[in-house]
Ligand binder design. Sequence first.
Ligand SMILES: [Zn+2]
Length: 467
Amino acid sequence: MIDRLITDATIVTMNPAREVLYHAAIAIDNGRILDVGDSEQMTARYPDVKHEICGEGKAVFPGLINTHNHLFQTNLKGMGDDKVLKDWLNDMTYPVGGKLQPEDCYTGALIGCIEGIRSGVTTQLDYMYPHPMDGLDDAVIRAFSELRIRAIFGRGYMDCGAEFGVREEIMQQPTKIESDVRRLVNTYHGAENGRISIWLAPAITWGTSEACLRMTARLRQELGLRLTVHTAETMFDRESTIALHGMDDMEILEKYGLLDAETLLVHCVQLTDRDIRMIKYHGAKVSHNPVSNMYLSSGVAPIPKMNMAGIDVSLGTDGAASNNSNDMLEVLKLTSLLQKVTHRDPTIMTADKVLEMATIEGARCIGMENEIGSIEIGKKADLFVFNPERNIKAIPMHNPVSTLVYSSAMENIETVLVDGLPVLEDGVLKTMDEEIVIQRCRAQADELAQRAGTAWLKRRPWQSLAY
Ligand SMILES: [Zn+2]
């Protein structure tokens, strides 16, 4: 007897041949994909099944991988609209970052991850950088465990940067950072059947001193941890890094041995051709966050150039304070449209390429391409069932990849499996009572705005200014 059989579906495998199988089935047992093939033959081969999912008229995709988020920011949706980056940081993000409590991080992570699940995400990378008190990291990881998703927790940090506007209350000394990273690794790395892992996440090169970068390199070697860092989001990043270190972000990372195949660079908007060659040479990976880049007017990352150079590029939402959601379906569509309009070339970014970036290329970016990112025998059963009939936007579905990227809505994501078990089934969240989470988060977000003194942002006085 096997655990689960998805029958008679269109399966977008994302295997090396990028096969799409029609009237096909997926057999799942013990959390992994046991078999993939013709539905009739598979039904005969596996007569004893604990749970059958009828895939008629539906498509099955590998779970999406969101490689950049700040889940605490889910509490801040709509509070930082229409602001330049300096005001966005000073009016909202820094004041809130300095007042965060565990309950804020917990409810923010729950809502953010549930939105992710409802948009087909099975793996989330959270990048938690403000630590005004202990216990915030544990609150985010608790949400991961309770929702039973696959997650990477990037332990973020800053130890300097006052001259560039970083507030004291979110800076930490390298010794404190190191002891907390060790605690997190000992407590959580590999927990939940391997679904949780811990990464190092120095927030930004102009917010980390040379001593802090040296500590990062040493810990990375000793503990074998991967690394993610914001890089070249704006020219301000590059100029501030040069002011602090006397060299730009790519050079300083290279100098400390922090630019290699286990490094995930976030944003990479303001890249020179030399930077692209350096990223390629070192085999570093990239997380592209087009919605956030548009929202904050950071610019357009040179994704086609990176694709052509053979650099692995994944996709992320970024935090909901600069998005304002955790919806990966929006990211898929806008990844394509942004490059098309920028290059005045509709062929430059196809739906198929976008899906690659969100699945198998995303898996390569986090070092998990042998475990997730495609529907292949032996891999973990992280996937979702897409039902076009659940939202009229997806009707008719001529080509499932096109439909997912350009014509889908969250309601179309019918069932989501992680490690072979449903976290969403027939549109219902399985691991928690979603209505209770919604009410709890609404109250918590209001309370946080009062505590941080940011409630005035609800009034948006700048919007009344006339030209
Ligand atoms: Zn970010």
